[in-house]
Design a protein. Structure first.
Length: 344
């Protein structure tokens, strides 16, 4: 149907001139306004020309997300079967896995945590699962350990990608490890001052609504801080999310991982807030399993964290909420914004 509107942009013109199909993906807006990334779809699809494993795959990540697009094309290009669940709750996901004998579940740490809390994995036959991949946000170590314990015979693989670059090939050091190796055909990585930079043949042409983010050599600053151990790296979080308490750096993921081990905590998101004395303070937004008085919880939390976190890392403020994830099942930290794209 004709809409009476037309789209014009230099990137669109370049695609039309080359007669190549295009794809526009919108970022989650976690670091500001939503950005529209314009891709040459031919370049994005090139990686799928190499045959890989064939799986019956549940497409959980939606198709407005690079992870969902990657899952769909990977499955189809390798003659796999695409399974779509009736909904995205743990029960519906488990029902789809059991009914259609799903082998590959690409998902996020948030939905895996919800799956553990729901205990739906105990009510359905999930023995067909061979591989669970997780990305879109950082994975708390305690959540990964629990998933590994529940699914000891399933391979767990951390993925990494961005709307601007596509999904890199990855390899986890082991199923229960957050250390991974990323790259593969068409991707180059480097660490500069602790930050991960990537150059990709499948990189977007650019943004529709923001300046060109690539440096002179074509590398993209992911904004993710990474720890390196030889050829392996571990994502620590985004530089923009580091909390500065009196000159001391606090990584939200470290605090979240500690608090997730605290009884009666279902989920937690940590961010910093301005403070006139220390610059910032640590704030924890928490979803409880059962209602609890704020004063009692905070006292219990401080005692629990005494031998697990330095004093300046212990949350000075605590808030309780009913939900901590967005429609994309990414953890929500600050001002209603989903956690910035760590692994995707």
């Amino acid at each position: 149907m004709a809409t009476g509107r037309s789209a014009s942009h230099p990137y669109y013109a370049a695609l039309r001139e080359s007669a190549n199909p295009g794809l526009v993906l919108f970022s989650s807006g976690s670091t500001g306004k939503h950005k529209a990334a314009v891709h040459d779809l031919r370049a994005l699809l090139k990686k799928f020309s190499v045959p890989r494993h064939c799986y019956r795959t549940l497409v959980f990540l939606q198709l407005d997300h690079i992870g969902g697009v990657n899952t769909l094309f990977y499955t189809l290009s390798n003659a796999g079967a695409v399974v779509v669940s009736e909904g995205r709750t743990p029960r519906q996901v488990c029902e789809a896995i059991a009914t259609h004998r799903v082998e590959l579940l690409p998902t996020s740490p948030t939905i895996l945590n919800l799956l553990l809390l729901s205990e739906e994995y105990q009510r359905h036959d999930l023995s067909s699962l061979k591989l669970i991949t997780y990305g879109t946000e950082p994975m708390p170590e305690i959540t990964l350990r629990k998933v590994h314990a529940v699914f000891p015979d399933v391979k767990l693989l951390q993925t990494y990608g961005l709307s601007e670059l596509g999904i890199l090939r990855s390899q986890s050091r082991e199923s229960g490890s957050l250390w991974m190796r990323v790259g593969g055909e068409g991707f180059e990585t480097k660490i500069v001052d602790g930050r991960l930079f990537i150059r990709a043949s499948s990189a977007m042409l650019g943004y529709l609504n923001a300046p060109n983010p690539f440096d002179a050599e074509g590398f993209f600053d992911t904004g993710d801080l990474a720890e390196v151990d030889g050829e392996w790296l571990r994502i620590l979080g985004r530089k923009s999310e580091i909390i500065n308490v009196g000159g001391n750096k606090v990584f939200p993921l470290e605090v979240e991982n500690a608090l997730l081990a605290l009884p009666n905590v279902e989920d937690v998101a940590v961010h910093g807030e301005p403070n006139p004395i220390t610059g910032q303070v640590v704030v924890a937004t928490i979803r409880l399993t059962e209602p609890e008085e704020a004063i009692a919880f905070k006292t219990r939390m401080k005692l629990f964290c005494a031998d697990k976190l330095a004093g300046y890392k212990v949350p000075a403020k605590v808030r309780f909420v009913d939900t901590l994830h967005s429609e994309r099942f990414k953890k929500v930290r600050q001002n209603g914004a989903a956690v910035a794209a760590g692994p995707a």
